[in-house]
Write a protein that binds this ligand. Structure first.
Ligand SMILES: O=C1NC(=O)NC(C(=O)O)N1
Length: 309
């Protein structure tokens, strides 16, 4: 059988597959389910804010024909809950996702993790599009640069960032130049495509309540955007910065494309929500079949080797 284990920041993940933060990771039960499921590499927690949050009013999630739209608004059990979970022993690695609602929150959360017993990976979510009145931090390059400079003046544990999708090659250049200045373990790209809109033509109403129906897009329809972001950053980032490819994965073919673009790990959101944790065995089997058909015996045979036309 093909070996799908991978290492990030000297942490060994038994598989390349993770949940996208926000899906199957709100509670201990859900996080345990991810860890105990076949073919998962571990679990990424729901992005933790300093205090527990109810999130946005419902309905705040809607399934589309080829994806999803959400404006959850960072509902979560609060930072202590997730720090407590990841600090305990688990059969597979954890990634602690955190999201401040302003810069001082981010600094405070990372000081707490630095001072804690937790030695695993942390992921700073710089890209939630759904907190009413709050911007996606990673679209403000100066703010992101200043934040990372402040963090790495004290933070010495493994840290990655969750990025929104970018849509301009100059933005890839600018963001990669910033990220390459810091000893990041990884980036996780992409978060949902921010502020899409969907309408039910029978009622002539938008389909989610928060923000007049504006919400982050996920699922199959964002795969081309996700692939572009994975490839663009792989081409531009120091090889020491690994990439978790997220966005639009529903099949082994999609996983194969993320890996061809250079992803080191692959996370699944919308499709995991719809199919449950059994999806990871299916994706593994489908990827293995594609590799066998092509005569590949290791992901290293093709990772990052997408060819120009
Ligand atoms: O970073 C996030 N991305 C999303 O698409 N939704 C959630 C949320 O709204 O909590 N957060």
């Amino acid at each position: 059988a093909i070996d799908f284990k991978t290492t990030m920041a000297s942490v060994e993940f038994p598989s390349i597959f993770l949940n996208a933060s926000g899906v199957n990771c709100m509670t201990v039960a859900e996080m345990d389910e991810m860890i105990n499921a076949a073919c998962t590499g571990g679990v990424v927690t729901k992005s933790a804010t300093p205090q527990q949050r109810e999130g946005n009013p419902q309905p705040r999630y809607y399934q589309l024909e080829h994806g999803s739209i959400n404006s959850m608004g960072l509902p979560n059990a609060g930072f202590p809950y997730y720090l407590d979970y990841v600090t305990k022993e688990h059969a597979k690695p954890t990634i602690l996702s955190v999201a401040g609602l302003q810069m001082s929150d981010n600094i405070e959360l990372l000081h707490k993790i630095q001072a804690s017993e937790y030695t695993g990976l942390t992921e700073l979510n710089l890209s939630c599009p759904n907190v009413i009145g709050k911007p996606q931090v990673a679209y403000d390059f100066e703010e992101t640069d200043a934040l990372l400079a402040e963090i790495f003046s004290f933070y010495t544990k493994p840290l990655g960032v969750k990025l929104p999708p970018y849509f301009d090659l100059v933005h890839f250049d600018q963001m990669a130049a910033i990220l390459n200045k810091y000893p990041l373990t990884h980036i996780n790209t992409v978060n949902s495509v921010g502020n899409g809109l969907w309408i039910d033509i029978d009622t002539e109403k938008v389909v989610i309540k928060p923000k007049q129906g504006f919400g982050g897009l996920g699922g199959a329809m964002i795969l081309p955007t996700a692939l572009a972001n994975v490839r663009a950053f792989r081409q531009r980032l120091n090889p020491s910065i690994k990439i978790i490819g997220t966005g639009g994965v529903t099949s082994g073919k999609d996983v194969f494309m993320h890996l061809l673009c250079g992803a080191d790990m692959v996370s699944v959101g919308t499709a995991l929500l719809h199919e449950g944790v059994g999806i990871f065995q299916r994706l593994t089997d489908e990827l293995a079949a594609i590799m066998a058909e092509k005569g590949y015996t290791s992901i290293e045979d093709f990772r990052g080797k997408v060819q120009d036309f």
